[in-house]
Ligand binder design. Structure first.
Ligand SMILES: [Zn+2]
Length: 588
């Protein structure tokens, strides 16, 4: 156990799961618990529930669940020890020091330290004689001294050994450098710098840790950008460039651009709510993170074809989150950085005007759609109108729908009411389809998840159900747990996952320790915690817990007397007769 139990005990008493979850999800009271929209998958009707009484959450939609630590792990993308630390911080407690140097947590700490040291080194190199060209490059892009320092920009020398030698002098081992992806190993096993002769952009997480780098080459050599690959602290699909600054300036709106330079230029021009993906297309995970900090996203990608394709893809990912979308197209095929520079002192004001006048995603898609049809030809006009009505129907606000209906009516010279009827029809259809899709998804996930964690469940359905009900009862009722443990041997459990959970509970009860979900949280994987929270969620409170426990134990006793299908095949007549006799007695 990496963290002392007394500490978890204290943390448990100070962390209210409802309060912690509420800072991420809007919760409403429902019966004894709370419900809200799941932050881990996109949905319109709430299937995410929190039980403050028993300290767990569970989503009936995507199947995730667990205690307050599991919640923080998932939503903040942390490991167990980091999540405990964050919760402790909230509660005004300090995690005892000695477990910092264990396994993965220790490696992560070393990588953060190596990255921080590397960032400082790169920044210093910018002002060394070797960094002259890089500094000139940044100044040519009109970056001020203040901006360069604010973003901690730097330069990686071309010699291939300077960073490695520097890190070595600071006590970092070649293995640590390689695991941080700051160095690669040569054929004879010597480390050399991964980034060479590049302008360096440190990537910083929300807690201020340097988690990786983007490096831009100044010449025409490919690749133009080289990014830190996946490391224990860096996952490019779960982070956004400059979010650590932008989150405090968002005020409900974030601007999403393509590159580091665009972000930096916009921040310098006063648009500090700008972020970028890290050299990849926008991911689901990034969309979920974005949703946490704003209600509206302005997509501002390059005007070239690649940029427009990326815009269309980003719309598809962002739309289901329910975020309001706006599309800003910079005129004359420029990127935002070029646009602001081209207009000198007027740049920021002009960009603000573009921002205020940017259309929503439906407008963007209507324009694309329009270019595919020749509306002079009647058939094509009808086809366009049908597609346009479907698109307009995706707007949730009917007033907003009416704006487009009017425009289409004027443009195509078609009766407004006729278009409105079409749009409303598609709206109803889409809402129904959406609800059906959500339902199907839930069904699919429920069946898939049972197979994954408890693979034996389908063969011992009756026993497994009793096992789960009993475990749920024990995790929420200390007296029942204390009375069951001495009476029930783990061998009575037919499925090994449930047996494992029982053994963990039993071991704790045996030495007089407390046993709730949070106490056993450190032992189980995320998927296992999902399954255990699922047991709690699907077995609501029993009116007479001791009687219920006796009943479940009886089921387990009965089931363990039964022969398995394999045993029946292999059994002799005598055994089979006995088995039949038992079944008869049970029926009575
Ligand atoms: Zn969910």
């Amino acid at each position: 156990m990496p963290i002392p139990e007394e500490f978890i005990q204290e943390l448990k008493s100070r962390c209210d799961i409802a309060e912690v979850v509420s800072s991420y999800v809007t919760l409403k009271k429902a019966g004894r618990g709370l419900v809200g929209l799941c932050p881990f998958h996109n949905e319109k009707s709430p299937s995410f529930s929190v039980s403050p009484e028993n300290g767990f959450f569970h989503c009936f939609g995507c199947g995730v669940g667990g205690d307050v630590i599991s919640f923080i792990k998932r939503i903040e993308n942390l490991d167990y020890v980091e999540a405990v630390k964050l919760l402790a911080q909230r509660a005004g407690m300090t995690v005892p020091e000695d477990n910092r140097h264990e396994g993965m947590a220790a490696l992560k700490t070393r990588i953060y330290e190596a990255n921080r040291e590397a960032a400082r080194f790169f920044h210093r190199q910018l002002y060394a004689p070797g960094g002259k060209e890089a500094l000139a490059y940044l100044r040519k892009r009109r970056l001020t001294e203040k901006t360069i320092i604010h973003f901690g920009l730097g330069y990686s020398p071309g010699s291939r050994f300077e960073l490695v030698n520097h890190l070595r002098s600071k006590g970092f081992s070649p293995s640590e450098m390689v695991q941080a992806n700051l160095a690669s190993l040569s054929r004879n096993g010597n480390p050399f710098d991964r980034f060479s002769d590049r302008v360096m952009f440190p990537i910083i997480d929300l807690r201020g840790n340097v988690i990786g780098f983007g490096g831009r080459i100044m010449s025409d050599i490919k690749p133009k950008y080289l990014n830190t690959a996946e490391t224990p602290v860096f996952n490019k699909s779960r982070n956004l460039f400059a979010l650590q600054f932008a989150k405090n300036k968002a005020k409900g709106r974030l601007i999403l651009v393509e590159g580091y330079m665009d972000v930096i230029a916009l921040h310098q021009a006063g648009f500090e709510n700008t972020v970028a993906t890290l050299g990849t297309a926008l991911t689901q995970e990034q969309a979920t993170i974005i949703k946490r900090y704003c209600d509206e996203v302005v997509l501002c990608y390059d005007a070239d074809e690649a940029g427009q394709k990326a815009t269309a893809r980003a719309i598809d990912i962002l739309r289901p989150t329910g975020l309001k979308l706006k599309i800003l197209t910079v005129p004359d095929g420029k990127d935002p950085d070029e646009f602001i520079k081209a207009h000198g002192d007027q740049g920021p004001a002009r960009f603000r005007r573009l921002l205020e006048n940017s259309g929503n995603d439906v407008e963007f898609r209507l324009r694309k759609l329009r270019s595919r049809f020749n509306t002079e030809i009647t058939e094509q006009r009808v086809a366009f109108l049908t597609e346009a009505a479907k698109l307009t129907a995706t707007l949730e606000n009917t007033i907003e729908q009416d704006v487009y209906i009017s425009r289409l009516s004027e443009e195509l010279n078609v009766e407004k009411n006729a278009i409105r009827q079409m749009v409303r029809k598609y709206s109803r259809y889409q809402n129904r389809e959406y609800a059906r899709k959500e339902q199907r998804e839930i069904q699919r996930k429920i069946s898939a998840r049972d197979d994954r964690i408890n693979t034996e469940k389908t063969f011992h359905l009756r026993a497994a159900n009793a096992e789960e009900a009993l475990l749920a009862l024990m995790l929420t009722n200390a007296d029942v747990a204390a009375s069951v443990c001495p009476a029930l041997s783990p061998e009575r459990f037919m499925t090994s996952f449930n047996r494992k959970v029982y053994e963990v509970i039993r071991e704790r009860i045996g030495r007089g320790a407390d046993c709730t979900l949070m106490n056993i949280s450190g032992v189980f994987s995320d998927q296992e915690m999902n399954a255990i929270a699922g047991m709690l969620a699907s077995h609501p409170r029993e009116p007479d817990p001791p009687a219920a426990a006796r009943e479940y134990i009886q089921v387990l006793e009965d089931e363990s007397q039964m022969l398995t299908p394999e045993q029946i095949v292999a059994a002799d007549d005598q055994t089979l007769m006995e088995q039949l006799q038992k079944m008869k007695e049970k029926k009575k």
